[in-house]
Design a protein around this ligand. Structure first.
Ligand code: TIU
Length: 230
């Protein structure tokens, strides 16, 4: 019952029930999109992500804000100041970054401590900033359901379907979609509102999500199409 948005998704068309659909924006933070952030400290070229996914994310946010969707939720990968929620393996595990490029260090003046909540560089990029009334979920891991109240928030709001966008496609976005799928949420990944440092991994995730009849969820090419349908 209620209005639906019909999408030309793969592996088959999907009808989103608006009353129980949430927009989930994953980690649109300076730490991943800007030079001097955590993604940069990991050795990635971060300069292409913004142009690839922020226009699409903006279209989804604009459209969702005009409707009563069940919720608009923004996650951010953010550790406590004392790093008590950052395990040793993440802090200085196998990838063994130099001391000055670890979580909690200041790599670039003005960005503050890498991946620490409250640091300027840990904040959202301007193009995807949460508005008052939207939900912000800080998370210490890659998946948005790990050590957060996200499942309870979604249950409380009666959410059954998630429109998913964010960065990076194969790390926090894919992990979150798999967690959501296991918990019974139907997910649709918006291809031009997500990006990766490694383009072939983004392409692979899109293929993987919708393979085997939609083993993890659905994909749709353009935010524009979702915005028009909402
Ligand atoms: N490294 C990388 O691609 N991503 C992350 O570490 N976190 C998120 O994807 N948000």
């Amino acid at each position: 019952e209620g209005p639906t948005a019909k999408l030309n998704t793969l592996p088959k068309p999907l009808s989103l029930p608006l009353k129980s659909t949430a927009l989930l924006c994953i980690d649109f933070q300076k730490d991943f999109l800007d030079v001097g952030g955590f993604g940069h400290a990991l050795g990635n070229d971060v300069t292409k992500l913004a142009d690839e996914c922020l226009p699409g994310a903006g279209k989804l946010l604009d459209a969702a804000r005009k409707l009563p969707l069940a919720a608009i939720i923004h996650t951010k990968e953010a550790h406590r100041e004392d790093l008590a929620d950052c395990c040793e393996m993440k802090l200085c595990g196998p990838r063994c970054p130099p001391e000055d490029k670890r979580i909690g260090q200041v790599m670039v003046e003005g960005m503050g401590r890498l991946l620490v909540d409250g640091s300027p560089g840990n904040d959202f990029v301007d193009a995807a900033k949460p508005l008052d009334g939207e939900i912000v979920v800080p998370k210490p891991g890659k998946g948005a359901f790990f050590m957060t109240g996200l499942n309870e928030i979604l249950r409380d709001k009666g959410v059954s379907h998630l429109i998913v966008c964010g960065v990076t496609t194969e790390v926090c976005v894919q992990t979150t979609m798999r967690e959501a799928n296991d918990r019974g949420y139907e997910c649709v990944l918006v291809e031009d509102a997500t990006a990766s440092y490694i383009p072939k991994f983004k392409a692979s995730v899109i293929e993987m999500v919708r393979s085997q009849g939609g083993i993890v969820g659905y994909t749709v090419e353009q935010a524009e199409e979702v915005a028009r349908a909402l």
